[in-house]
Design a protein around this ligand. Structure first.
Ligand SMILES: NC(=O)c1ccc[n+]([C@@H]2O[C@H](COP(=O)([O-])OP(=O)(O)OC[C@H]3O[C@@H](n4cnc5c(N)ncnc54)[C@H](OP(=O)(O)O)[C@@H]3O)[C@@H](O)[C@H]2O)c1
Length: 351
């Protein structure tokens, strides 16, 4: 990526030498790239979690095969993996470096492109609903953007946990999809007051858990349809990531008798050691991630959840895929498939 801006204007194709993995890292031969909303925020220069300064290669989620290992990572050689690359960048390429801490094995019996649509959505939804939200069977769950990449996983895991799922989405097609994924009540929040609809659907009680990837005005409205003892999960800021850094007004949380739960997906090798950085971050361990991953793969194998790929594209169409994501036109994940077995020392990457 040459400068901040719209994907089709700032992404360019380049040929570069392959990088070598460092300690605890591997090099992955990428077979599929999964597009993320955060890639867009980074591309526009507004992603503060890991500030990425051009020129850089975007791409924070890949599926592929380990083709080289740094010291300590030798056991991963030849395995098929999903990964968040080192520095949450570099994935829009034929090869990328990733730390084993943020990487999990993907069995070969899970086909592409679905295998590329499991990691971020389902790990994040599990972390939010179960670890942070403590969702219980019989409770009511509100999922915003329920047809999106992350949202479609939250709808499915919520329904599977025995919750009554209410989903919001921005079109009739998206609402139908939410229903097919297990939502009992669906609301087009672009055309209707979702607070009224949620209160109607819950007999005035509100929801026990809200899975909120939107932020801003949607978050503020969601506070007004939470039940007593509700858990509001702050997962994302698709309506404007600037809201991540603006002050939270305590009044609606105090008077709402609700809990505000932050949810951030990242893994570390040793959470206690990571605390020494004194940045206030708390992340689960890679070992915790392995447990979650095994449970999720089990659900995928049993057909109890369905990784959703709404659009599969060739590499050259990657910028168009990002722009469709930006225009709110996509459902599930957008997966960019690379041709199989592109070997060699040179690596094409979108920079
Ligand atoms: N906490 C974490 O660790 C973490 C990790 C990964 C992703 N995330 C967050 O999860 C969210 C979802 O990511 P995703 O990749 O799965 O994207 P996505 O949900 O597939 O796409 C974004 C969706 O958000 C909805 N939306 C509502 N207001 C919007 C607006 N003003 N502009 C654009 N979209 C809007 C749209 O759905 P409708 O048309 O149905 O409204 C749109 O399709 C993002 O906010 C991302 O940053 C958080």
């Amino acid at each position: 990526m040459l400068r901040y801006g719209t994907p089709s204007e700032v992404l360019a194709l380049e040929e570069v030498a392959t990088a070598e993995p460092g300690s605890g890292e591997v090099r992955i031969r990428v077979s599929s790239i999964t597009l993320n909303f955060n890639d867009l925020d980074a591309m526009h220069g507004r992603y503060q979690t890991i500030p990425l300064v051009p020129p850089y290669t975007p791409g924070m989620e890949v599926l592929g095969w380990v083709e080289a290992c740094g010291p300590g990572a030798e056991a991963w050689m030849g395995r098929r993996v999903v990964a968040i690359p080192t520095g949450a960048q570099g994935g829009y390429a034929e090869a990328v470096i990733a730390s084993t801490t943020m990487m999990f094995e993907m069995p070969t019996d899970v086909p592409e492109p679905e295998a590329a649509a499991i990691y971020m959505p389902f790990h994040l939804a599990w972390l939010g609903l179960h670890e942070r939200g403590r969702l219980q069977a019989g409770e009511t769950l509100l999922v915003h953007a329920g047809a999106g990449g992350i949202g479609s996983a939250a709808v499915q895991l919520g329904a599977l946990a025995g919750a009554r799922v209410i989903a919001t989405a921005g079109s009739a097609q998206k609402l139908a999809l939410c229903q097919a994924l297990g939502a009992e009540v669906v609301i087009d929040y672009r055309n209707a007051d979702f607070v009224d609809a949620v209160l109607d659907a819950t007999d005035g009680r509100g929801v026990d858990v809200a899975f909120d990837t939107i932020g801003g005005a949607v978050t503020r409205s969601t506070f007004t349809c939470m039940a007593f003892n509700g858990r509001h999960l702050m997962v994302g800021f698709s309506a404007g990531i600037e809201a991540e850094d603006t002050g939270i007004v305590p009044r609606p949380i105090v008077f709402g008798n609700l809990s505000l739960c932050g949810v951030c997906l990242a893994y570390v090798d040793d959470p206690r050691q990571a605390k020494q950085a004194r940045n206030g971050y708390n992340f689960p361990s890679h070992a915790d991630g392995e447990e979650i991953h095994a449970r999720l793969l089990d659900l995928v194998h049993q057909g109890k959840v369905r990784p959703l790929v709404g659009l599969e594209l060739p590499f050259a169409s990657l910028p168009a895929g990002l722009e469709a994501l930006q225009r709110r036109e996509t459902v599930g994940r957008v997966v960019v498939r690379l041709s199989d077995g592109a070997k060699g020392v040179a690596v094409h990457r979108l920079i």
